[in-house]
Design a protein around this ligand. Sequence first.
Ligand code: GLY
Ligand code: MN
Length: 450
Amino acid sequence: MTRRTGLLLLAAAALILPAPAPRADGARPAGDPSYSGQPLADFAARRAALRKAAGDGMVLLIGSPAGEEGKYRPDSNLYYLTGVSAPSAALVIVPPDDPLNANAALYLPQTGGSATRFGEAYLSPGPDAVAATGIDPVHRLWDMWDEIEPSIRKAPRIYIQGPVGEAARYTASARTIDRIRAINPGAEVLDVGRLVNAMRLKKSPAELDALRAAGAATIEGMEGAARSIRPDAVELAVEGEILAGFRRKGAAREGFPCIVGSGPNATILHHTSSDRTMAAGELVVVDIGAEVRCFSGDVTRTFPVNGKFTPRQRQVYDLVLAVQKAVSEAVVPGKTTLGDLNTLARRLFRESPLRAKGDDGTVRTMDAFFAHSISHWLGMEVHDVGSMGATLEPGMVLTIEPGLYVPGEGIGIRIEDDYVVTERGAEKLTPGLPSDAASIEKLMRSKRTR
Ligand code: GLY
Ligand code: MN
């Protein structure tokens, strides 16, 4: 390669590479899109695609304000379209020939620019925010309604963050709908999810990086769980070890409340970790997901409290694991649906020679004890948006999570990993965590080395 073409390639790469990682000294204001790890060009392409899909309609997304408690989590759709994680940001996208005289505008509260005494100094309106977001203009939130009134007056359709209609009552979107109606009573107000949900199904390389990081943090938490589960351990104390693992790997939040379910709690699918003390002979289902850069992991492992599965627990465990493997190998891009994966899992459980007794004492095939779906989409939401009927395509991310629940035997076993669909099939996003029974027992005996 000549020096000249090399430089050209470098210049081209600079256009498509992600923004540099934020400086640890906090030189960039909180809420800046560079914290997302995603290139500005990705956000711009999404806004352009949404603008096209909206036709002569306009988009108005108003982000939630910072609450009194908890860490601020930006609204997923707003983040997907801007990468901005500042509270109370608002995005407006307008059709061609709109009075706004721009394709899109961002509105931000004026936060003062420099560090404040009580909290973060967030990205603020002005030229710095234009450079940081690639959106022009970035104006004060205070001025938004006056500025966009002519656009609203003209728009036949306005897409907002749902819910809309009857379901909007008592929600933040009700206030947005009221203000729109006061300006343009004839405008049709629709949920932006109609256009964005399908776009969010396929993840970009940078989104997959965030999902891998979330998976790695989730694994760190799971290893903490494995090492702290023992007779007399308390579910909530195990949760504490999980959260320590998440935080070590940079996860500020969880994608959903940790599930540490021991004994009878292992058969409650969405049990919330409690003050229950676990006992030898029981199983513990640990279903957890660290959130990194707004993307969630979702991984489940099942542990024997005393570090060794009984022969019966092992039998059921091995069946669940075999079903996970078979289902993951059945993914064919461009062909398979989540429905197909469900049908396959049910068939495999039904065809297994194993049997168990149902609540009424009847002996049943194992499909009777598979109490939920095999998969869901994964992304910024743990149960991510997008049609459940969609055909699997490269870039889509799903969980595969077979489980069997036999309350009469105190057995609850679930194994769950996260997968991205590739050109060839399904690739595990969480490959660093073993799942076979012997490795689970070994992990429980291991010591933390880092
Ligand atoms: N990990 C919780 C769920 O998938 O429902
Ligand atoms: Mn799940």
